[in-house]
Design a binder for this molecule. Structure first.
Ligand code: GLA
Length: 393
């Protein structure tokens, strides 16, 4: 046997052993319920915030059309999610039927797919949904199979009446049951946990197959509600990562009860938080101001940044707050927030960010480069407003 041949054999053995070790390590780390979806925060639309249970097949199709026509699809919004109010009764085989407002879910999914979009649906682990419709209790596997058969791409699974049967500490097992059912249903389905952030969901959400989990109770189209939710999320930053996101609830932008300045703050904060961007307005009827916010590509790029690291609050002076997140290109996104009732000068110091100047500053709302700054940047921010910047070396 030549010496050369021996060396080659050793190399082969070495490579094989290395490959086995890599496989063993990745198997040990692999989460069996990880579906590989939602590598960046999901973007789309949901019916609840604007329409509650006044929903039907025709409206969902019109929203899909508007998603394309408005440019939202091109901007990255792809999920059209039907919330509570589509359900009816079970047939004799236990298959859940949609109510007469949704005559043919398979055809609806096909229509949505034909537009290059995806269709989402809603259920509860309890016997009843929050609005009193039939839930998935005792029918988890058959429901997951039904949705996969219809062509559903996203499930929001809302605790609601499950609280009558189980305690909060049962939540991981209850959510895992549907996580497994979805995994076995043979179709990739984004799994959205909705149990209002109870029982430290951020610690077990990924393990039960969750791609996102609500972190709070329901948002309302009102400054105080949005601000209380959004500005409370800093401690949850370490729990989000590609495939697994904190969900501070859906967007209220365009629903009319906040000002354009407040809606900009809402969108900037959700972008910084790497929150799902699920629009909750009527896409068929948007003002230019609403469009300008929802379609701001530079802000969306912060939200969708591949690193998937949410912002944290890095400095606070009363009602003035600085939030920052590191981006995949090693830039930094910074929000200069004024939660107060009067305009204010908000200053971000590079030292608060652990950075050294000079840094180039870009304004992501005016879409302008503001120049090089050696130690800090100061912006005049209106009441309830924001300055959103990207800093690069
Ligand atoms: C709960 C959820 C909402 C919505 C309603 C539907 O309140 O948190 O987002 O899905 O139920 O009934």
């Amino acid at each position: 046997m030549s010496r050369y041949y021996q060396v080659e054999e050793h190399m082969k053995t070495f490579i094989m052993l290395a490959a086995i070790m890599v496989c063993a390590v990745s198997l040990a780390n692999a989460d069996p319920l990880d579906n590989g979806l939602a590598r960046t925060p999901p973007m789309g639309w949901n019916s609840w915030n604007r329409f509650r249970t006044r929903i039907d097949d025709r409206m969902v199709r019109e929203i899909a059309d508007a998603m394309v026509a408005s440019g939202m699809k091109d901007a990255g919004y792809v999920y059209i999610n039907i919330d509570d109010g589509w359900q009816w009764k079970r047939d004799e085989k236990g298959v859940l039927q949609p109510n007469p407002n949704f005559p043919d879910m398979k055809a609806l999914a096909a229509y949505v797919h034909s537009k290059g979009l995806r269709l989402g649906i809603y259920s509860s682990p309890g016997p009843r949904s929050c609005a009193g419709y039939e839930g998935s209790y005792g029918h988890e596997e058959i429901d997951a199979r039904t949705w996969a058969d219809w062509g559903i791409d996203y499930l929001k699974y809302d605790w609601c009446s499950a609280g009558r049967i189980w305690k909060d500490e049962d939540m991981p097992a209850v959510y895992q049951r549907m996580g497994e059912a979805l995994r076995q249903a043979g179709r990739p389905i984004v799994y959205s946990l909705c149990q209002y952030g109870r029982a430290k969901v951020q610690e077990w959400g990924p393990k039960v197959g969750g791609n996102l989990w609500r972190t709070t109770s329901d948002i309302r189209d009102q400054w105080q509600s949005m601000a209380n939710i959004g500005f409370s999320q800093s401690v949850l930053a370490p729990y989000a990562a590609p495939g697994h996101w904190n969900d501070p609830d859906m967007l209220e932008i365009g629903n009319g009860r906040m000002s354009p300045i407040e809606y900009r703050t809402h969108f900037s904060l959700w972008a910084l938080l790497a929150a799902p961007l699920i629009a909750g307005n009527d896409l068929r009827d948007m003002t230019p101001a609403t469009r300008e916010i929802l379609l701001n590509q530079e802000v969306i790029a912060i939200n969708q940044d591949k690193l998937g690291k949410p912002a944290r609050r890095v400095a606070q002076d009363g009602a003035l707050e600085i939030w920052a997140r590191t981006l995949a290109d090693s830039g930094t996104a910074v929000g200069l927030f004024n939660r107060g009732e009067a305009p204010a000068r908000v200053i971000v110091r590079w030292s608060d960010l652990g950075l050294k100047g000079p840094l180039k500053v870009r304004d992501l709302w005016s879409h302008t480069d503001l120049g090089n700054f050696s130690e800090e940047y100061a912006a005049d921010v209106p009441a309830h407003g924001v300055g959103l910047l990207k800093l690069v070396r």
